[in-house]
Design a binder for this molecule. Structure first.
Ligand code: HPA
Length: 271
């Protein structure tokens, strides 16, 4: 895993010798458009990077885009892998560690999620302030590479308070309503049952999704500061009179994409 990351970072350094990304970004379902806003781009297909898996889901491409966004040098994972594709959680390890080896100190994750708060309007944004890992897997299971981080990393304060504040202030400047809450990661690929949604709400989740937590765990393990935002594409199963679908996820993430892009760019420029 770590060897893959080291080799991938070398290849990126060869292909983009004058780039020194400070912020790593991963884009969720239907949110890949942010990568198209990156200036002075160098694009590298995941297929060219050791340990980088090629995503299989509609709405996800697999490429690393380096360049400038909001005046900041970024490295953007355009397309991510999901556990429901059959990948073990450890598949995300090389992707995130490559960003860290390239010099990224901050990791920004975006995703599409279902809302558990009934007043959340589809297409609204939620700042993730904590998570609950219900995927039954952890990307750090297996031998630990001490050169990246400790065997037993703490997950308190995983979502950096300073970055949270910058995101709140950026959203306020733009007039974008930013909800806040706890993101629960599930294995998928089924959407939840109404009974599960009721149970998860009682457990303290404000949104449910099928991604992000593995990447956040790996990023925290290797010392990156983390910020994460969900696009709430729907109310959780049973909370509204509709049957959930991936098309709906893509539709509403597409509608919210403009707000998300503005927010991330404003946030990056706010240092
Ligand atoms: N559940 C899980 N993942 C999701 C949902 C949902 O309702 N919406 C978008 N991603």
């Amino acid at each position: 895993m770590s060897e893959h990351a080291r080799n991938a970072a070398k290849i990126v350094a060869q292909r983009a010798p004058d780039r020194s990304p400070r912020v790593g970004i991963v884009l969720g379902s239907g949110l890949g458009g942010l990568a198209d806003r990156i200036e002075n781009r160098v694009v590298i297909d995941y297929a060219d990077l050791p340990g980088f898996p090629v995503p299989s889901v509609q709405g996800h491409v697999g490429r690393l885009v380096l360049g400038t966004l909001g005046g900041v040098e970024v490295a953007c994972l355009q397309g991510r892998v999901h556990l429901y594709e059959g990948h073990p959680a450890s598949t995300v390890v090389p992707l995130v560690r490559t960003l860290q080896l390239l010099g990224c100190e901050t990791f920004v994750a975006t995703n599409a999620a279902g809302a558990l708060d009934v007043d959340a309007v589809p297409g609204s944004l939620m700042l993730i302030v904590d998570h609950i890992n219900m995927q039954g897997q952890n990307p750090l299971a297996g031998p630990n590479d001490e050169s990246f981080g400790p065997r037993f990393p703490a997950m308190s304060g995983a979502y950096d308070l300073g970055l949270q504040q910058r995101l709140r202030e950026s959203a306020a400047r733009l007039g974008i309503a930013l909800r806040e809450g706890v993101y629960m990661a599930l294995l998928g690929p089924c959407f939840e049952t109404p009974a599960e949604i009721r149970a998860f709400a009682r457990l303290g989740a404000n949104a449910v999704g099928m991604s992000t937590v593995p990447e956040v765990i790996v990023a925290r393990h290797c010392g990156m500061k983390v910020a994460a935002i969900s696009v709430l594409t729907n109310l959780g199963a049973g909370l509204a009179d509709e049957i959930l679908s991936h098309d709906q996820t893509l539709h509403f993430s597409g509608l919210a994409a403009a707000d998300l892009q503005r927010l991330v760019i404003e946030f990056l420029g706010s240092t």
